[in-house]
Ligand binder design. Structure first.
Ligand SMILES: CC(C)(COP(=O)(O)OP(=O)(O)OC[C@H]1O[C@@H](n2cnc3c(N)ncnc32)[C@H](O)[C@@H]1OP(=O)(O)O)[C@@H](O)C(=O)NCCC(=O)NCCS
Length: 178
């Protein structure tokens, strides 16, 4: 699905934006980042190329149930967030996943900003009332940042935590200003 909206804000004084990712936004750095991630992006193919990633984004654009957004720090694309199960007719909450492919941007709060911005984008544009996410139990930073913006653990199994956000509980990080 293509959603025309854009979220713009400041984080630590930097201009940041989140909007739908287009095929022409695919960069070598993004593709290299996908190929380097072996632990936590479970649905991606083993080997990604620029053309396979462009094809992947084109498929998402045609799919009413999915969306993929990019997060830009100034002009630099640093991360992506995907949304699935977007058709509210199913009665199930959409699910999101996040990926900061530029490792220089990890461990500084960008993950939290990405989840907040993606949730804000879906709530604003699709009026969703809740959002879900799951992560491996060993992915402590992922769990920590989802909890920081208002998600709660709703269930767990041997390997995963399953979290849910009630849209009214989305908490804007203090470092975000408009
Ligand atoms: C997961 C990922 C998005 C994290 O990004 P990040 O920018 O490093 O995350 P942040 O810095 O915003 O937040 C990490 C939070 O977890 C906390 N955290 C980090 N390591 C932790 C640990 N070992 N135990 C508990 N909390 C931890 C941090 O303190 C931080 O919270 P704070 O901002 O309140 O201090 C990034 O590593 C990534 O893209 N990984 C690959 C893909 C992936 O795992 N996606 C998630 C799948 S659901």
């Amino acid at each position: 699905m293509t959603i025309s909206g854009i979220i713009k804000f400041k984080f630590k004084g930097l201009e940041v934006s989140l909007r739908g990712l287009s095929p022409q936004d695919v960069t070598r750095e993004y593709v290299d980042g996908l190929n380097k991630e072996h632990l936590f992006l479970e649905t991606k193919p083993d080997a990604v190329t620029i053309s396979s990633q462009i094809e992947y984004i084109r498929d998402i654009e045609k799919d009413a149930m999915r969306v993929i957004c990019g997060l830009w720090c100034g002009e630099k694309l640093i991360a992506t967030a995907g949304g699935q199960r977007l058709d509210i007719e199913t009665g199930k909450a959409p699910v999101i996943g996040i990926f900061i492919f530029n490792e220089n941007f990890r461990g500084q709060g960008w993950g939290k900003i990405l989840v907040w911005a993606m949730c804000h984008f879906l709530i604003k544009n699709l009026k969703v009332i809740s959002i879900q996410a799951s992560m491996k139990k060993v992915n402590l930073s992922s769990k920590g940042l989802f909890l920081r913006v208002g998600f709660e653990v709703v269930s767990e199994d041997a390997y995963y935590y399953h979290l849910e956000l009630k849209s009214k509980n989305l908490a804007k990080p203090d470092e975000v200003t408009f």
